[in-house]
Design a protein around this ligand. Structure first.
Ligand code: ADP
Ligand code: AMP
Length: 216
C-alpha cells in the first residue's frame, strides 16, 4: 500500500496517520515533521525551511522533493508508505510519480480528508503536540488525560509556532491556491477517495481502514 493523505492543514492527517501506521505497519512520512526535525537540529536544511515555515508559506519544491526522494529510497518503504503533507503542489506530484515509477511502484490510494475552512482555524489554534513523541492532541476536541501531558509518553505538550491565527490564514490560502488543485490531478488518475474529516476521530479512522482494505 503506497498511500497519500491529502487535505488542508488541520484536516486530521497526522492524527489518522498514527492509526494507519499501527494498523498496517508502514512508515509515516511527514514532510512537515522532517522540516521541524531539521530546524530543531539546526541543519542547513532547517535554516532554509524555517524562513518559509515562519511565514506560513510552502517550502520551495526543489528542497521538499529532495527530502522525499531520499526518504523513499530507504529499505522500510519497500513494504509500502504513507505520505502526509506531500505532495502539496502539481510539480511535487509530478516528481513523486517519477520517483515511485523508478521504484517499480505506484500510488495505490489518495485519501482526501474534507473539513470546512471555518472548523480548521479552531482545530489548528487548539492543537497541541508532544515535544517528545510527536503525538497530536486538541485542547477541546481530543484532550490528553492530564493537562499538557502526553498520554503515551508523559512528555510535555507544546503549541506549534505556526498554529497562530495569523499564520493559519496564510497556510490555508497556500492550501487553496497551490494544493487544492491536486485533487483534480488525482481524480483524473482514479486514485482519489473522499472521507468526511468532520466526523469523530474513531469514525474517520474506521472509514479510512475500510477503504484501504478494499471494503468501501
Ligand atoms: P493535519 O495533520 O491534517 O494538519 P492534525 O491531525 O494535526 O491535522 O489535526 C489538527 C487538530 O485537529 C489536532 O489538534 C487534532 O487533535 C484535531 N483533530 C484531528 N481530527 C479530528 C476530528 N476528527 N475531530 C476533532 N478534532 C480532530
Ligand atoms: P505540516 O506539518 O504538514 O502542517 O507542514 C508545516 C509546514 O511545513 C508547512 O506550512 C510548509 O511551510 C512546510 N511543508 C510541509 N510539507 C511541505 C510540502 N510538501 N511542500 C512545501 N512545504 C511543506
Amino acid at each position: 500500500m503506497n498511500i497519500i493523505f491529502m487535505g488542508p492543514p488541520g484536516a486530521g492527517k497526522g492524527t489518522q496517520a498514527q492509526t494507519i501506521v499501527d494498523e498496517f505497519q508502514i512508515p509515516h512520512i511527514s514532510t512537515g515533521d522532517a522540516f521541524r526535525l531539521a530546524i530543531k537540529e539546526g541543519t542547513p536544511l532547517g535554516v532554509e525551511a524555517q524562513k518559509y515555515m515562519d511565514q506560513g508559506l510552502l517550502v520551495p519544491d526543489e528542497i521538499t522533493i529532495g527530502i522525499v526522494r531520499d526518504r523513499l529510497q530507504l529499505a522500510d518503504c519497500q513494504k509500502g508508505f504513507l505520505l502526509d503533507g506531500f505532495p502539496r503542489t502539481i510539480s511535487q506530484a509530478e516528481a513523486l510519480d517519477g520517483i515511485v515509477e523508478s521504484m517499480g511502484k505506484q500510488i495505490t490510494h489518495v485519501i482526501n480528508l474534507n473539513v470546512d475552512r471555518g472548523l480548521l482555524l479552531a482545530r489548528l489554534t487548539g492543537r497541541r503536540v508532544c515535544k517528545s513523541c510527536g503525538a497530536t492532541y486538541h485542547v477541546m476536541f481530543n484532550p490528553p488525560a492530564a493537562e499538557n501531558v502526553c498520554d503515551k509518553c508523559s512528555g510535555p505538550l507544546i503549541q506549534r509556532s505556526d498554529d497562530t491565527e495569523e499564520k493559519v490564514g496564510t497556510r490555508l490560502d497556500e492550501y487553496t491556491n497551490k494544493t487544492a488543485p491536486l485533487l483534480n490531478y488525482y481524480e483524473a488518475k482514479g486514485t482519489l477517495r473522499q472521507v468526511n474529516g468532520e466526523q469523530d476521530i474513531d469514525v474517520v479512522g474506521k472509514q479510512i481502514c475500510s477503504i484501504l482494505r478494499g471494503q468501501a
